[in-house]
Design a protein around this ligand. Structure first.
Ligand code: THU
Length: 138
């Protein structure tokens, strides 16, 4: 049984998944990010023929929120059509941690919710701003 999660946000991520652009992998992912002010930003993965330029659904939703000036985030739902949980990749964990390590991450598929974790749980001992600022002066 997944921890508490926002069922509407999961539905938003399922809708976002429909707009994913994944012609190369055919692996569509949707994400929906809710801010503390209650706004929701959707994103889907956007692939590219050069493959390495692909942007994941989570970062797609994240940059959409930042572009709207919304950087105070509470929860993100991630949806793929897999029988096992599709958890955010390493790059997305770092990207989300920039704005809120305590961000709640809900991992789901088309019909069920697998689990809820925080970004900090997904990315322990992260490289963060406090570390950056702690560089010795020389
Ligand atoms: N992908 C995401 O969008 N989010 C994830 O959490 C895992 C992977 C995308 C990247 C690529 O377009 C496709 O899924 C296959 O890796």
């Amino acid at each position: 049984m997944a921890q508490e999660f926002d069922a509407k946000l999961v539905e938003e991520a399922r809708k976002a998944r429909q707009r994913a652009y994944a012609p190369y992998s055919n692996f569509k992912v949707g994400a929906a990010l809710r801010t503390k002010s209650g706004k929701v930003f959707r994103g889907g993965n956007v692939e590219n023929i050069s493959i390495g330029l692909t942007i994941c659904a989570e970062r797609s939703a994240a940059v959409t929120a930042v572009a709207a000036g919304e950087m105070d985030w509470e929860e993100i739902a991630v949806v793929a059509d897999t029988t096992r949980p599709t958890s955010p990749c390493g790059a997305c964990r770092q990207f989300l941690a920039e704005f809120n390590p305590d961000l709640k991450v809900v991992v789901a598929n088309q019909t069920e919710v697998f689990y809820t974790v925080t970004v900090a749980e997904l990315l322990p001992k992260a490289f963060d701003n406090d570390t950056y600022k702690s560089q010795s002066k020389n």
